[in-house]
Design a protein around this ligand. Structure first.
Ligand code: RB5
Length: 146
């Protein structure tokens, strides 16, 4: 499975640790940057991660900024993206199970690396449940066509 990962300047260290964590578990990681701590604009990286997912280059995406908020807002502007900010594993699990989240976001200034790894692991190990949730996800995606 391929995971696109992107971040702004606030999350370079966390991105590198999550990247290594994913690779140690056998995932292929596409690093969309940034890779310097020089101040940059998170919408660039949210969009890159979102596009990698909807274009099929990656199966899922992870986007990290200071809070997870700005980069999730940017990723969600890409048609087909369902980006969710998750700061603990329960929400991460439900974002997959009920919302078919395809871009996981969190804040490098909000959570620590061990919690981030737990969130990533829970998220990646949880499938979408479908059924009644498919209808609701379809309703969300239909908003993009209006
Ligand atoms: C950058 O200072 C910060 O605004 C950004 O990382 C993020 O938290 C925005 O939502």
């Amino acid at each position: 499975m391929k995971i696109a990962i992107g971040n702004d300047h606030s999350a370079v260290e966390m991105k590198n640790e999550i990247k290594a964590f994913l690779e140690s578990k056998g995932y292929e990681v596409i690093d969309e940057g940034t890779n310097t701590t020089e101040s940059c604009d998170y919408p660039i990286y949210g969009e890159k991660v979102g596009r990698a997912v909807v274009d099929g280059e990656a199966d899922l995406g992870i986007a990290i900024c200071g809070t997870g908020l700005g980069i999730s807002l940017a990723a969600n502007k890409v048609k087909g993206v369902r980006a969710c900010v998750c700061s603990e594993p329960y929400t991460a699990r439900m974002s997959r199970q009920h919302n078919n989240c395809n871009v996981l976001c969190f804040g490098a200034r909000v959570i620590g690396i061990e919690l981030a790894k737990m969130i990533v692991e829970e998220w990646l190990n949880t499938p979408f449940e479908g059924g009644r949730h498919q209808r609701r996800v379809d309703m969300i995606m239909d908003i993009e066509n209006r």
